[in-house]
Ligand binder design. Structure first.
Ligand code: DAH
Length: 335
């Protein structure tokens, strides 16, 4: 039986080499089964222990244990190495390929339309001006020659803030006309995109907050003809060359004469109408010039205001204003 002791080292060596040589996990497992499995060669050697003479058993047990630890250690290490290798791509990786493109965000359709409007006006020398959304009655109404009993000031359709000087959420961007003129002398050529607020119940065409663009042009000898040309240029850029405009007499307290602008194109016909009302405008009222300290005998000007949602609805054929505020991706992804 001393033959058994002699077998330990060569068999261990053979098993170590087989484990080491395994190039993948299934080769490794085959080697494990061959030597360490229930019917493996190494296991068989263990089983022979019982038949050794008593005095040889401690020596044999010690050597077999050392050998077994070595084999199991190598097996575990090889398993780890080969498992990791199995996760790596088999094909070489081309790191110069372009990366995956994440879906980038987009600008909200109202922002896109606003930017287009601003871009058109910039081409003809207008600059963007800004003013506060929480306004005082003076800038929103009085300075614009809107008397205290005017319906526009009705608390029914205005959000007043319940503090002593009664600030309010501006009902239109016209308040910024006053703020700009108070702060700089003519000539003036501004547009004012911004948010406005009115006590409206939301429906397909109304919302308690929406957006407007105000325009103001002040210089010497400014005429209504300048305004017609300007507005026509911008609307044609925005909504197509086939745009036709119609000016109707109207009333605004801060302009005289005052007009409303109707608009017609293939887009309005698509919405089932020949003409759609799109903007208010007029020649700046002399009282307004007086209120900001401009001499109405020297300076002339025109102003206009229109709703951005309205333009976007016509441009894209949208029939419900509330879609702009719901942030439903199925809607937003279309722009
Ligand atoms: N502020 C008006 C509105 O909210 C729009 C408007 C009309 C603005 C005439 C103007 C203007 O500057 O001249 O309906």
């Amino acid at each position: 039986m001393s033959g058994m002791l002699d077998q330990i080292d060569p068999l261990t060596e053979e098993a170590l080499q087989a484990l080491q040589a395994a190039g993948n996990l299934s080769d490794l497992d085959a080697a494990r089964v061959k030597y360490l499995g229930v019917n493996g060669q190494f296991t068989a050697l263990l089983k022979q222990m019982g038949s050794l003479p008593k005095d040889q058993r401690p020596e044999a047990g010690k050597r077999i244990n050392i050998a077994k630890n070595k084999l199991e250690g190598l097996l575990a290490k090889q398993k780890e190495v080969l498992e990791l290798a199995a996760c790596l791509p088999t094909e070489p990786t081309d790191f110069t390929l372009p990366g995956r493109r994440p879906q980038l965000g987009k600008l909200h359709p109202l922002t896109q339309v606003t930017e287009d409007i601003v871009r058109s006006f910039r081409k003809i020398g207008f600059v963007v001006a800004d003013g506060p959304e929480v306004e005082d009655e003076y800038h929103c109404f009085d300075a614009l020659n809107t008397p205290a009993d005017h319906p526009a000031r009705d608390s029914q359709d205005t959000f007043y803030i319940n503090t002593p000087n009664r600030p309010l959420l501006r009902t239109h961007t016209s308040s910024v006309q006053i703020r700009v003129m108070e702060n700089q002398p003519p000539p003036i050529r501004i547009i004012v995109p911004g948010r406005v607020y009115r006590r409206d119940t939301a429906d397909a065409t109304h919302n308690p907050t929406f957006h407007q663009i105000e325009g103001l042009y002040v210089d010497r000898n400014v005429t209504l003809g300048d305004m017609k040309g300007t507005v026509e240029f911008v609307f044609k850029e925005l909504l197509g060359k086939d745009v036709k405009l119609r000016f109707r007499p109207h009333y605004f307290s801060y302009t005289e004469p005052s007009l409303e602008i109707d608009f017609s194109s293939a887009l309005t016909r698509k919405m089932g109408k020949e003409w759609l009302e799109i903007a208010g405008c007029g020649m700046v009222h002399p009282k307004v010039f007086e209120n900001v300290g401009y001499n109405p005998e020297e300076w002339t000007g025109w102003a206009f205001g229109f709703g951005i949602e309205r333009i976007a609805m016509i441009r894209y054929g949208i029939n419900d204003i509330r879609l702009f505020y719901e942030n439903d991706l199925r809607f937003l992804n279309q722009f």
